[in-house]
Write a protein that binds this ligand. Structure first.
Ligand SMILES: C[S@@+](CC[C@H](N)C(=O)[O-])C[C@H]1O[C@@H](n2cnc3c(N)ncnc32)[C@H](O)[C@@H]1O
Length: 278
């Protein structure tokens, strides 16, 4: 039996699939066979239209794949090879991390992020269960790499025609370095989608809004949020030759917390997608 046929044979039947989907946490809403959609919690509207370049015949890497919505979409759109890369969402024990975060909030402290990779680390990647179930149900050939994009060996990872870097940039502590690494593995175009900010009166300035704590969405893993100009500048400084914004839209989920409470009216959150060309 060939690999694809074997995977198809392993695909679970509809009733079992529905029950297993219902028993799990999902970040992404993914359409599976049998009219089943996974109940994803992500508030970010999926990329649409030309936000994704033509993927037919391309090799694609999906960095920060989580449950794999974009990996499976790339495969469906005709990519010849798709690699889903992640480590954080697959390996961190979110329940224990949350208890620690709550403790830190109560004490007015910023959590030590290194504990994610030590105390809260689950090396057998139980957080990949959703991805694995969707992959089996879709009889998908998407490959997986468990690793930290910021530290793994790029020569070993290889290069890809199209790199997807979606909802990831603000999670890294070294955004320029992250984009330099992205440039090194990209052969044609990187699709970068991120939280961004407009600072009224400074719309064209290359500014990075830094979040030392959980100001952005109550999440201590969100660090730098660029203006659109800063995002373009970062990509060019990282070695991409041309950058084009393909979509920007308002994001109402979180305002910027002002010291002492309230929301700073001069800052407006939005999400932006750019294509950065090699
Ligand atoms: C907001 S989710 C985005 C998932 C998917 N790319 C999308 O756009 O729907 C962030 C992803 O970044 C990954 N990530 C990598 N390093 C991280 C870190 N230090 N903190 C939080 N998330 C991190 C997570 O594992 C997760 O898959």
């Amino acid at each position: 039996m060939g690999a694809a046929a074997l995977r198809a044979a392993q695909a679970v039947n509809a009733e079992e699939l529905r029950a297993r989907v219902a028993s799990m946490f999902w970040y992404h809403s993914i359409d599976l066979p049998g009219g089943i959609r996974t109940p994803g919690v992500s508030q970010t509207p999926p990329l649409q239209g030309d936000e994704l370049p033509d993927l037919a015949g391309r090799s694609v890497i999906d960095i920060g794949a989580f449950d794999g919505y974009y990996s499976f979409a790339a495969e469906r759109l005709g990519a010849t090879r798709v690699v889903a890369l992640d480590h954080y969402a697959w390996c961190v024990d979110f329940a224990r991390r949350q208890a620690y975060w709550d403790e830190c909030r109560a004490l007015g402290r910023i959590p030590d992020p290194t504990r994610d990779l030590t105390d809260f680390w689950l090396p057998d990647a139980p957080g990949r269960a959703g991805f694995d179930l969707a992959r089996a149900a879709l009889a998908s050939s998407v490959e997986t790499v468990v690793g930290d994009f910021m530290t793994l060996d790029l020569a070993e990872l290889g290069s890809f025609d199209v790199s997807l870097f979606l909802g990831y940039l603000y999670h890294v502590r070294e955004p320029l370095w992250a984009l330099e690494r992205l440039r090194r593995i990209t052969r044609e175009v990187a699709v970068i989608e991120t939280h961004a900010v407009v600072v009224e009166g400074y719309r064209d300035a290359s500014l990075m809004l830094f979040h030392p704590g959980d100001e952005l969405g109550g999440d201590f893993t969100n660090w730098y949020v660029p203006t659109e100009a800063a995002l373009h500048g970062l990509c060019r400084a990282a070695g991409f030759s041309r950058v084009a914004t393909v979509r920007s839209h308002a994001f109402d989920d979180c305002g910027e917390a002002a010291p002492g409470g309230g929301v700073v009216p001069a800052f407006r959150d939005f999400r932006v997608t750019v294509h950065a060309f090699v």
